[in-house]
Design a binder for this molecule. Structure first.
Ligand SMILES: Cc1cc2nc3c(=O)[nH]c(=O)nc-3n(C[C@H](O)[C@H](O)[C@H](O)COP(=O)(O)OP(=O)(O)OC[C@H]3O[C@@H](n4cnc5c(N)ncnc54)[C@H](O)[C@@H]3O)c2cc1C
Length: 213
């Protein structure tokens, strides 16, 4: 029996401590004469002003000093494939070679799920794939070969780390209405997480690109 998953989960599991302060100090260093000790004397207001100014100027190398690590589950391989196309990032994905996916969980697109007849056909195919996949494994075929049958709908888990500059670019592309629905949902959840810890950097994230600098 396979199960469909409706809940995508995104957790911000780690990030550069004081991401905004780090970026602001890096920016201040570029324009200030003072010593290193002076650079660190930066209050919240100055920090926000600096970041806003830097982002407006497209001086975005400064926000590269802040990185964010997300643990993600409940997405399909359709979406993880799109995610890993982003090259200025690090990824660790659950292996279909080492992890056997008998009774795998799968994602069913809402437009199919809400049509009873189409949902039934979709689920029948998933069930048949699982039956043959399981038979191959039980016959001694290694998971690395049996996985050739697994569909794009198969659920996956992945950890990714991106710096703030790449995230601004990622959000611009993947929160857009032109983006595919599942990666858009993922990007919006990731944005919600980083806004909790770096609200100024990501304030206008959906509108911004990485600039031309
Ligand atoms: C709506 C939409 C539809 C898409 N459709 C398709 C499709 O049909 N087929 C397909 O193959 N892909 C498709 N993609 C994926 C797309 O082509 C990119 O691979 C993906 O969005 C990663 O973005 P990126 O290359 O801009 O940025 P990243 O890989 O995240 O890199 C960030 C930035 O770094 C710079 N950079 C990175 N690597 C290089 C490099 N080697 N040379 C120069 N500059 C570099 C670029 O400025 C780049 O924008 C689609 C993406 C979207 C958003």
């Amino acid at each position: 029996m396979c199960y469909y998953l409706t809940v995508m989960k995104v957790k911000l599991i780690n990030y550069t401590p004081h991401p905004q302060e780090t970026a602001a100090i890096a920016g201040k260093l570029c324009y200030a004469k003072g010593s290193l000790d002076d650079l660190q004397k930066i209050d919240e207001k100055e920090e926000a002003n600096f970041i806003e100014k830097i982002i407006k100027l497209n001086h975005l190398s400064v926000v590269e000093h802040a990185s964010f690590t997300f643990a993600i589950e409940g997405i399909s391989r359709v979406t993880s494939h799109q995610l890993v196309r982003h090259r200025i990032a690090s990824f660790s994905q659950q292996s279909q070679r080492y992890v056997k996916k008998k009774d795998f969980e799968y994602i069913i697109p809402p437009r199919i799920k809400k049509k009873k007849e189409l949902k039934a056909i979709f689920e029948k195919v998933i069930k048949d794939i699982n039956t043959v996949y399981t038979k191959l494994l039980d016959s001694g075929i290694p998971a690395e070969d049996a996985r050739f049958l697994l569909p794009n709908a198969c659920e996956t888990k992945i950890i990714t780390t991106m710096n703030a500059r790449e995230l601004l670019h990622f959000f611009k592309l993947r929160c857009a209405k032109t983006s595919q629905w599942e990666i858009r949902e993922l990007a919006n959840l990731m944005l919600k997480e980083v806004r909790k810890v770096a609200p100024v950097i990501f304030k206008d994230a959906k509108k911004r690109d990485k600039g031309k600098k």
